[in-house]
Design a protein around this ligand. Structure first.
Ligand SMILES: Nc1nc2c(c(=O)[nH]1)N[C@H]1C(S)=C(S)[C@@H](COP(=O)(O)OP(=O)(O)OC[C@H]3O[C@@H](n4cnc5c(=O)[nH]c(N)nc54)[C@H](O)[C@@H]3O)O[C@H]1N2
Ligand SMILES: Nc1nc2c(c(=O)[nH]1)N[C@H]1C(S)=C(S)[C@@H](COP(=O)(O)OP(=O)(O)OC[C@H]3O[C@@H](n4cnc5c(=O)[nH]c(N)nc54)[C@H](O)[C@@H]3O)O[C@H]1N2
Ligand SMILES: [Mo]
Length: 761
């Protein structure tokens, strides 16, 4: 039995004859079945097995190229491809400087902390090229990341060191879950997760009498164990719903004026807006009902029922992955302030609790290992989801968090451990943007659409093929990740690839510090051992840790974090906001002068709401059968497809009106693009919503009329490539607007999992 760890759980792998089996860790009360993608993925034909170079790049050399993404590839020996790549890196650096290299390389890669591909590529570019243009923030929390520090504290503090599941079990009376708290989501953590506790915590809290309210277009966003009430809100309108509830509290004088006076700043400006003293529009429940689709009486009753209760307001990441996504994040905090429970056990505001296994947990007292990334000599950056804008508009200005910046002119992009053709919006525009580069380099385990759009594709090992250490700051288990299988074909570890390049560029010592992978693991582990020794705890040496397969780290007390300290002593434990208090309104944000993100939370209608041509909301949320696009070719993910396509869920009435039956292949389309999916009919969602999860590998094809579509069901051909606002410029991919029709043409084949490599001789 070999211990190993993935973002979706700790497991044991074993070989039974020629067959690989994986078993969840015996201590995991609710294992994530996504581990079942691993055995079939290991030797799948879509793995990259040899270095490959795009034909056009080889023939014409580096430069913008309209055939990038459409062209074939030729195999090349490692020594030659590394020589050519080193020469190209040198050319770009000498001609244009390191500020012409994009190493944003966003993506989750794999759980091991040493072979973490993003850290590897950043360290390589820093130590060997002198830096790179980086990206800031994440696709997960693109709006909340920059917004929360204006309001109360960093995302880390407000999401990760705040209310725990233990507190909810013991103390919470009501959980208002905006966007729900779907178990599919909380069963995943970058760096791994040893125990999935969320299901049982909700069951126990509900059994004690805690009321869960699922405020979401999908009923399935809370599990049955939570015995919840469902408010099927119109997508993108939560801010209006929350305004209505706060209006109700204020109108009846039931808001917590003492807490607002002692802990908040800027209530007056907000209240003027709330009560309509500015614009003549009171943001009452009657007003809100017309926007958010929940009856006014339901909202009023809900607001009244919260007074005097230990209420926890939770806003899922999804709400802010949309136009004006900053607003529900801010307004959720204001709602919690009006209820006065911030900082009390199990109460207040915990942004993003339930969206990932990182949140609602205790923090480790000893840091898990991480590869140091070196320092970046280039100061340019972009908000991560502005990648296409950057490549298409070099030199052009953009707004970001009070700054006016300019897009750099990028010649070479280097990606390892992420899949922009999974994560980015408007994939046809993204393909167009990548065509502007001189050179696009990708390290991949498999032939993703990103690899297919690259010039140089270097085959790298997947996690099962190497040794590593798994760990995160909120999970006590450190995992010795044992090698389960040798590398496929000619695949190499990202680290070894970067070492070979560094040697060619004269930077090997700086990059590797003279260590092999094994030596790095020992080096990184030594810090953990020292941390344990400093606490006078048992501190096994590396070999003992490796032999045991796991090590339990000590954890800090469940102390409520920053917000508890602030509640108890607002003067002594001031927040890092301008007033030292929670900013109900923010003069700093107001001073930016952004119409799309004013100085207090406000209802801002979206530019794109359903209309006659695109009457349905698209909810493009996280998939339950995989993590993002990872191992979409694995057996567990494949088993959920129908006729090889991703499944979209629509309401029975919306389907009936369109002549669509269960299992029909449908075409989802709008002015951005189109894709196919298999229709599943349900009554567990709003009638004006169609839900298509992300993660199906982009599979471009054309229909009988020659119009482009994704044959497989990737919703990012339909999402708009717009920032959340001028403040954060975050990803707005969660929501879109579409029409759906039955697709009666012959089905285009699925080609996303065919390898472009020549068949083995
Ligand atoms: N429409 C829409 N789009 C979204 C979202 C949404 O809600 N709606 N959600 C967004 C969110 S929250 C996120 S976080 C992003 C996720 O976007 P990504 O993190 O980019 O998605 P992954 O599929 O996890 O990509 C990881 C890639 O790394 C590769 N990989 C794994 N291990 C290794 C390794 O060891 N080395 C190398 N070189 N490669 C490796 C995998 O094969 C995979 O292709 O998507 C975003 N996109
Ligand atoms: N199985 C699995 N788990 C994952 C991931 C994965 O890919 N697969 N990805 C992980 C990552 S990187 C992240 S960042 C988190 C993401 O966490 P989230 O972004 O919160 O997850 P989603 O599933 O995209 O969205 C949660 C739910 O929000 C609801 N929703 C959408 N729009 C609105 C809205 O406007 N208002 C309200 N009230 N609800 C809305 C949708 O019904 C959706 O099911 O998930 C993590 N967990
Ligand atoms: Mo994410």
């Amino acid at each position: 039995m070999l211990s190993h760890s993935a973002h979706w759980g700790v497991f044991r792998a074993a070989w039974d004859g020629g067959r690989l089996t994986v078993q969840p860790h015996p201590g995991d009360p609710d294992p994530n079945p996504i581990i079942d993608n691993l055995p079939s993925a290991l030797r799948h034909p879509v793995r990259v097995t040899q270095p490959m170079v795009r034909r056009g790049w080889l023939a014409r050399g580096p430069g913008p190229d309209a055939t990038r993404g459409l062209d074939g590839f030729v195999p090349m020996a490692w020594s030659e491809v590394l020589d050519r790549l080193a020469a190209e890196l040198r050319r770009v650096k000498d001609t244009h400087g390191a500020e012409a290299v994009f190493g944003g390389s966003y993506g989750w890669s794999s759980a091991g902390r040493f072979h973490h591909a993003q850290s590897q590529v950043h360290r390589f570019l820093n130590t060997v090229l002198g830096g790179y243009v980086r990206s800031v923030n994440s696709y997960s929390a693109g709006a909340s990341g920059p917004m929360l520090p204006h309001i109360m504290g960093t995302m880390e503090e407000v999401a990760r060191r705040n209310v725990t599941w233990e507190q909810i079990v013991d103390h919470t009376d009501v959980v208002l879950a905006f966007g729900g708290m779907a178990l599919k989501n909380s069963r995943v953590a970058s760096g791994g997760i040893s125990r999935h506790v969320e299901r049982d915590a909700m069951r126990q809290a509900a059994a004690r009498g805690c009321r869960f309210v699922n405020i979401s277009p999908l009923k399935t966003d809370l599990p049955e164990e939570a015995a919840f009430d469902w408010l099927p809100v119109v997508p993108g309108t939560d801010t209006a719903l929350m305004l209505g509830m706060v209006h109700q509290l204020v109108a009846e004088g039931r808001h917590d004026r003492a807490f607002i006076a002692s802990h908040c700043d800027g209530w007056e400006a907000f209240e003027a807006y709330l009560m309509g003293r500015d614009d003549g529009v009171p943001k009452s429940c009657d007003w809100a009902a017309g926007v958010c689709g929940i009856p006014a009486d339901t909202l009023k009753a809900l607001a009244r029922s919260l007074v005097g209760k230990r209420v926890l307001v939770v806003v899922a990441h999804s709400l802010q992955r949309a136009e004006h996504g900053e607003q529900p994040v801010w307004m959720g905090a204001v709602l919690a302030c009006a209820l006065g429970q911030i900082g009390l056990p199990g109460g207040g505001y915990n942004y993003a609790l339930g969206t990932l296994a990182h949140y609602g947990k205790r923090n480790n007292a000893v840091a898990a290992p991480a590869l140091p990334q070196g320092s970046n000599g280039v100061k340019d950056f972009i908000p991560v989801a502005r990648i296409s804008d950057m490549l298409l508009n070099p030199g052009q200005p953009f707004d970001y968090n009070g700054q006016r910046r300019h897009y750099p002119h990028i010649r070479l992009a280097y990606w390892a451990g992420g899949n922009p053709f999974h994560h980015h919006q408007d994939l046809q525009r993204l393909a167009e943007a990548f065509r502007r580069l001189d050179t696009f380099v990708v390290h991949e385990t498999a032939w993703t659409a990103t690899a297919r759009h690259a010039d140089i594709v270097l085959p790298c090992t997947m996690t099962l093929e190497r040794e590593d250490i798994g760990g995160t700051p909120t999970d006590p288990m450190l995992v010795a990740m044992r090698r389960v299988a040798p590398p496929i074909g000619q695949a190499r570890d990202d680290y070894d690839i970067f070492c070979s390049l560094a040697r060619r560029l004269g930077g090997l010592e700086a990059f590797s510090e003279g260590r092999s992978s094994q030596q790095w693991l020992r080096h990184l582990y030594a810090r953990v051992q020292q941390g344990l020794q400093a606490m006078d705890l048992e501190a096994p040496d590396f070999d003992t840790f490796w032999e045991r397969g796991e090590l339990m780290l000590p954890q800090k007390p469940d102390d409520g974090g920053l917000l508890r300290a602030f509640r108890d002593d607002p003067a002594g434990a001031r927040l890092a906001t301008p007033s030292g208090r929670i900013q109900i309104s923010s003069p700093a944000v107001a001073a930016f002068g952004y119409a799309d993100c004013p100085g207090h939370p406000a209802w801002l209608p979206p530019r794109h709401a359903p209309d006659a041509t695109h009457p349905l909301w698209l909810v493009a949320n996280q998939p339950h059968t995989k993590l993002h696009s990872q191992l979409d070719f694995g057996a567990y993910s494949q088993a959920a497809k129908r006729q090889g396509r991703e499944v979209c869920t629509m309401h029975v009435n919306a389907a009936r009106a369109r002549g669509i039956r269960e299992g029909d292949i449908v075409r989802l389309f709008n002015e951005v693009g189109a894709c196919l999916a298999s229709a599943h009919l349900s009554t567990d969602l709003r009638e004006d919503v169609v839900q298509l999860p992300t993660g199906a590998w982009y599979d471009p094809a054309v229909d009988a009329q020659g119009r482009p579509l994704c044959a497989h069901g990737n919703p990012n051909v339909l999402t708009r490539d717009i920032g959340t606002s001028s403040l954060a410029q975050g990803c707005a991919g969660q929501l879109g607007t579409v029409q759906v029709e039955r697709f009666d043409e012959p089905l285009p084949p699925i080609r996303a999992f065919d390898s472009p490599e020549p068949p083995a001789a």
